[in-house]
Design a protein around this ligand. Structure first.
Ligand code: ADP
Ligand code: MG
Length: 232
């Protein structure tokens, strides 16, 4: 497994400040943060072959340094049930991403296992010019835009800060189990916050991180999408 340092060095060598989803998730796993498993396919045939390894249902997502909002480009297909669905998804992703950005360099697609549904939350890190790295926790999906229900903590976080970040959002009831749903594993979310805090504190060249969404479960949590941005 590549270290965070090696992953960052590779992006620097290519003069990129935005890490791909695959690089970002490799970096997260090197920090001990769970993510979906993924492999890069550079042809339709390879995508089909990899999907047989990953198993069904699976997910295909465009991999391009020029497309960071993949759904906007029609670059995400979930719930693919068999090899035919994967081949069709490859065609559909290529057609819509080329139409969306004709100049985009498209490496191929990542073939991922389909994460079981969970409560969607987000964890982010941004750099304040005065205070340095700041961690953010909130509900994911449409809620983050509609309700702006997020909490912020300055890094480095203490364990108490992480526990507060998770509990300070207005919709904390959703985490506690709502209308019969099981409570989500808050300790798993606090653990992700702490690992990111440790990492960004000792890696100032990372300017921004976006784990959106994380699926939170009654046991554990998993990053389903990730983006890491380096400073110039
Ligand atoms: P975007 O670049 O548009 O943010 P995402 O990778 O977040 O793309 O994918 C869009 C949505 O598709 C996610 O919010 C999630 O709901 C769903 N999704 C993406 N990847 C997976 C996966 N591996 N398993 C299950 N759902 C997924
Ligand atoms: Mg996303």
């Amino acid at each position: 497994m590549a270290s965070a340092k090696e992953i960052i060095q590779k992006a620097r060598k290519d003069s990129r400040t935005v890490l791909t989803e695959m690089e970002s998730k490799d970096l997260l796993r090197s920090l001990g943060i769970p993510t979906t498993q993924m492999m890069l396919a550079t042809s339709k045939e390879e995508a089909v072959a990899l999907s047989k390894k990953v198993g069904y249902p699976c997910v295909l997502k465009v991999s391009s340094p020029d497309i960071s909002h993949k759904s906007d480009a029609g670059g995400v297909k979930v719930g693919l049930a068999d090899a035919d669905a994967v081949a069709a998804a490859w065609e559909a992703i290529m057609a819509s991403c080329k139409a969306y950005n004709p100049a985009a360099v498209i490496e191929g697609v990542t073939v991922q296992d389909m994460a079981k549904p969970g409560l969607e939350v987000i964890i982010g890190m941004s750099t304040d010019p005065q205070f340095g790295p700041v961690l953010m926790f909130g509900l994911g999906g449409v809620w983050v835009e509609v309700l702006k229900d997020v909490s912020f903590k300055l890094a480095p976080l203490t364990k108490t800060d992480a526990a507060k970040a998770v509990r300070e959002i207005k919709a904390v009831k959703l985490l506690d189990g709502f209308r019969g749903s099981e409570p989500v594993d808050k300790a798993a979310l606090e653990d992700i916050l702490m690992r990111l805090s440790d990492f960004v504190t000792k890696t100032p060249e990372v300017k921004e991180m976006d784990l959106n969404p994380i699926f939170a479960y009654s046991k554990g949590a998993m990053a389903v999408d990730a983006r890491v941005i380096l400073g110039e």
